[in-house]
Design a protein around this ligand. Structure first.
Ligand SMILES: [Zn+2]
Ligand SMILES: [Zn+2]
Length: 620
């Protein structure tokens, strides 16, 4: 006689009993969350009478996290308490019908019913991450939103935030605790030369700490400058007293913030390296940067930056300071120079700035990405116990203005490339106010980094977003991706690259697709957001075409701004601050009688034009 297979049944009658409750903040979170998720799943249950024992087993030598069911038992095993939390959330996604796509919302497929779990073999087996550093770059101040963000991060097994020191100044103890319990390391750093050597404190007494340009010391901007992007003001990094001041200030910073383990030592954004006699010894003025990293117009600063980094890291060690130090690889300092090594405690964040989104990062056919891939490989070769982390731009690469980027497929191959190459992690810039546009990239990135398989992840995503219309939702994104690829083999997603090479009719077709999806479930907010987003793109593209045909100008641009303010500011489709800053800069250019190409920076516009005539040209 055949034996009936054994199942553990979870139903509306289930109550969880904790076999081994321990006073550990992370295991308590795991227990609370499992209880909450089971309770919510079987909401409306009456007279619970079925007891299921839950065992959390932290075993240092366990390989990854696992979940097993027995007749009346659920057993979670992992090497750390944090991974027990991960096991709970993955169990909820894979067996209870949840999807943790939207921050602050646990999307649940079905309520009630019952679930039968097999009691032979694993439900989740020895799950380990493909990349150990998984996270976000936070380019905005801490606020209540961070509770939602931290919650989303742990549900999706992200463990790292890189943020500006000036933002870390305003984090409070509750939030520090909230992130700690969720196993998320906060790196305080980002572009921070001006934070560590603030002009207010040093400029008057030590003008020699700041870069010399065109024969004179610069007058540095205040470290409180709100928008310090592309500031292009550096320090005189060879000055011995300045170097020691950096060391001293980092040590003091570590003492003031004992919970901080990782700090950045990263130049101010942009260029503007010192040209004094000592610093000039580090440059060969005939050796400029290259097109792929937007550094053709400046000489290379890798040698001088890396010399500073190696000095500061060595001195910190000598002083007994245990802070981990992050440097960045970016624009004109993209790859390791001679004698540059990533020792233990050092991390390079490699910024794939203005990468092409129509090719994968390691595609040899892409003149931009293949160069970044080469730099990334070079960094992994100089690891001596340190880390290589990729700094990504899955928020549309340029400017947070919600131009389409569907990276849900390529990310899986990119993670495989990174893993094979010896890269330790990926962090990406992001914002909450555009989650309906780029959330798909964040969700798939998080899953891809933890060894989940592409078909399963994507199937779950389309199912959670579109329910019965999952196939149509999937087609919507495929079509949108096709539109983006119709721009050309390569595409760097600033407006000029996209709008100069695509057709208005295709955006209108996308809008009709979104409307069709929306008509099938009109109360669904996400579908409404897609309609709004497509309308935004139609309007942006229309303005681009009309402007270039001499038929639209300031008046039409202001009308577009007004429309966006009215429609988009209430929904997560557009980060209004970035949109307003970008379009105000457009208006300013038009008022000055300048041709609008991009953000009005001459050197940047020159790259846009150069791309247009070269790698992004029709016949490229
Ligand atoms: Zn100098
Ligand atoms: Zn390309």
């Amino acid at each position: 006689m055949k034996k009936k297979p054994a199942f553990l049944t979870l139903s509306g009658r289930t109550i969880l009993e904790w076999v081994n409750p321990v006073a550990d903040e992370q295991l308590e979170l795991a227990a609370d969350e499992l209880n909450r998720l089971v309770l919510t799943r079987f909401t409306g249950r009456k007279e619970p009478d079925q007891t299921v024992d839950v065992v959390f087993e932290v075993k240092a030598d366990a390989k990854g996290f696992s979940v097993k069911a027995a007749e009346n038992m659920l057993k979670f095993t992992a090497p750390t308490a944090l991974e027990i939390i991960y096991a709970v959330y993955d169990f909820a996604e894979e067996y209870l019908g949840y999807t943790f796509f939207e921050p602050g919302v646990d999307t649940l497929e079905t309520f009630g019913g019952k679930i039968q779990l097999k009691t032979t073999g694993y439900l989740i087996k020895k799950r380990v991450p493909d990349l150990k550093v998984r996270g976000f770059v936070q380019e905005f101040p801490f606020s209540e939103d961070n509770y939602v963000i931290g919650d989303w991060m742990v549900k999706n097994k992200l463990n790292y935030v890189e943020t500006w020191m000036k933002y870390y100044d305003h984090i409070d103890q509750d939030m520090i605790d909230f992130y700690r319990v969720r196993g998320i390391t906060i790196e305080s750093g980002h572009h921070n030369f001006s934070y560590l050597i603030p002009a207010e404190k040093y400029a008057a007494e030590h003008p020699e700490f700041f870069a010399e340009r065109n024969g004179a010391r610069i007058k540095p901007s205040s470290s409180k400058t709100p928008n310090a992007l592309m500031l292009s003001e550096q320090l005189c990094t060879t000055n011995p007293a300045l170097r020691e001041e950096l060391v001293k200030n980092l040590i003091e910073y570590g003492k003031k913030h004992p919970e901080v383990t990782n700090v950045g030592l990263i130049p101010n954004d942009g260029f503007g390296w010192c040209e004094c006699e000592e610093c000039s010894k580090f440059y060969d003025k005939n050796r400029k940067g290259e097109l792929y990293s937007l550094a053709e117009h400046v000489y290379l600063a890798g040698e001088i930056y890396h010399d500073l980094i190696m000095y500061v890291c060595r001195r910190l060690k000598e002083e007994g300071c245990t802070l981990n130090v992050t440097l960045c690889a970016y624009i004109n300092y993209c790859y390791p120079t001679e004698n540059m090594y990533l020792e233990k405690g050092m991390t390079v964040e490699m910024a794939n700035y203005w990468r092409c989104i129509n090719h994968k990062i390691d595609d040899p056919d892409c003149p931009v990405n293949s160069r970044y891939a080469k730099d990334i490989e070079a960094w992994t070769k100089v690891k001596r116990g340190g880390n290589v982390v990729i700094y990504e731009y899955f928020m549309g690469v340029n400017f947070y203005i919600s131009l389409p980027m569907v990276h849900t497929d390529k990310i899986f191959d990119e993670v495989a490339f990174y893993k094979k190459t010896g890269v330790d992690g990926i962090i990406t810039q992001f914002h909450l106010p555009h989650w309906s546009v780029y959330g798909i990239n964040y969700y798939t990135m998080a899953n891809a980094m933890y060894g989940k398989k592409r078909p399963a992840v994507l199937k779950k995503l389309w199912q959670a977003l579109f329910n019965d219309d999952a196939a149509e939702g999937k087609r919507f994104y495929a079509k949108l991706d096709k539109l983006v690829h119709s721009a050309g083999k390569c595409h760097i997603p600033y407006p000029y690259s996209l709008f100069s090479r695509t057709e208005l009719k295709d955006y209108k077709a996308m809008k009709r697709c979104a409307e069709k999806l929306c008509a099938k479930l009109p109360r669904d907010e996400f579908r409404k957001d897609l309609v709004l987003w497509m309308e935004y793109l139609v309007r942006f593209k229309t303005f681009f075409d009309d402007y270039n045909a001499g038929k639209a100008g300031i008046k039409e641009l202001k009308a577009f701004q007004k429309w966006a303010q009215n429609k988009c500011s209430k929904r997560p489709v557009l980060r209004m601050g970035s949109f307003n800053s970008y379009t105000n800069k457009m208006i300013q250019q038009l008022e000055e009688g300048k041709k609008w190409v991009h953000f009005g920076l001459d050197w940047e516009d020159a790259y846009v034009i150069k791309h247009h005539n070269g790698i992004l040209s029709k016949d490229a």
